[in-house]
Design a protein around this ligand. Sequence first.
Ligand code: HAM
Length: 423
Amino acid sequence: MSTTIQAIRGMNDLLPDDVVYWQWVEGIAREVLESYGYAEIRLPQIERTELFRRSIGEVTDIVEKEMYTFEDRNGDSLTLRPEGTAGCVRAAIENGMLHNQVHRLWYSGPMFRHERPQKGRYRQFYQIGAETFGMEGPDIDAELVLLTARLWNRLGISDVELQINSLGTLDARNRYRLELVAYLEDHRQRLDEDSKRRLEHNPLRVLDSKNPEVQEVVAGAPSLLDHLDGPSRDHFEQLQERIADAGVSFRVNPRLVRGLDYYTRTVFEWVTTELGAQGTICAGGRYDGLVEQLGGKATAAAGFALGMERVVDLVRQSGFHPDRHVDAYLILLGETAQSRGLSLGESLRSQGLRVLVHCGGGSMKSQMKRADKSGAVFALILGDEELAAGNVAVKNLRAAGEQLLLPGQDVAAELVRMLAQNN
Ligand code: HAM
């Protein structure tokens, strides 16, 4: 016997029972995004490696050690996208979408990062993201936050905290960086190896350390918020006002720095304690410098992305069950019934019903078992007797009660009526 081939670690199959949840979340996300006027954009899953190096930043975990990069047959260095923002900006520049225009876009699809897999962290994972161009905020920043808050509400997710921060302009951040480095150098002996490395290359990321000892050091560090430039401070204050006015609660987290280099001013994360270590279900912020950095005309921009696996996990944990079952399962007893079954199924579907037609014959008992397992609301039974009288027997599988005998031409209308009553 040959050995079986397994999936790549961190890359998951989504089985039909999972997909029911995914489609439900995707459907609601689409509705919410459309209700704010966001237009869908579809982007390649592979881009030139250079795009991610220049946007996410050379000294980030993603670019340093997590990208799936390979040479294609022409010798070009390509990368499976680790996130969606860079590709969206590339597309907006390339398609001339940024000249005196305003855009609200959204996308969804798989992203790839070679991280250490654990619950909630995968190597192929899915994001739904939104990117906006041509608006300086803070109104659009607030809109992005309200949109996500509305989404959690629609999904029945309540245990999430909104954390916000401002990283200021690049200049302000560079000034802050000098002070932070001086402070961290003074406490170098208390930093772990990872933080020492970050201190060399990307000191702001030390603020993000999960190590309790390093967190103690960080607690005494100068705060980025005290170093904001005036316009960024105003922007941040107005953002807070607008979010508060809309009745969404939030916490200012001055240590929130994000793992990608392109952010300026607003950054935010939605965090839950319900999922263990990987508690950030959605994250984003403003990236006013990125378009120019990638060769376009300076353009204000902001967006977010949510992690589908984590959001779906929360929905599942809430105990909610999306209903995706067929309305009726057609049981066919005897050869004549079997030969009529397919066309009866077609006719019922034409009248708006979702119908599973039993294939392959078998006893009443075995077909009834399948009907029950399928989740169908009704079993429709067609045997010699029913055929002779032009009837179909109908049994409600989800409620007690007698089996009904209905004339064939009335079945569809009657089922539609009973289903409407059930809901
Ligand atoms: P990010 O924080 O890298 O930001 O990812 C956004 C979300 O994707 C995370 O909060 C998390 O829910 C999910 N996620 C990230 N990595 C993984 C993983 N390995 N496994 C499962 N889920 C994961 C971005 O990607 C930015 N592009 C967001 C953005 C859009 N900022 C502005 N516009």
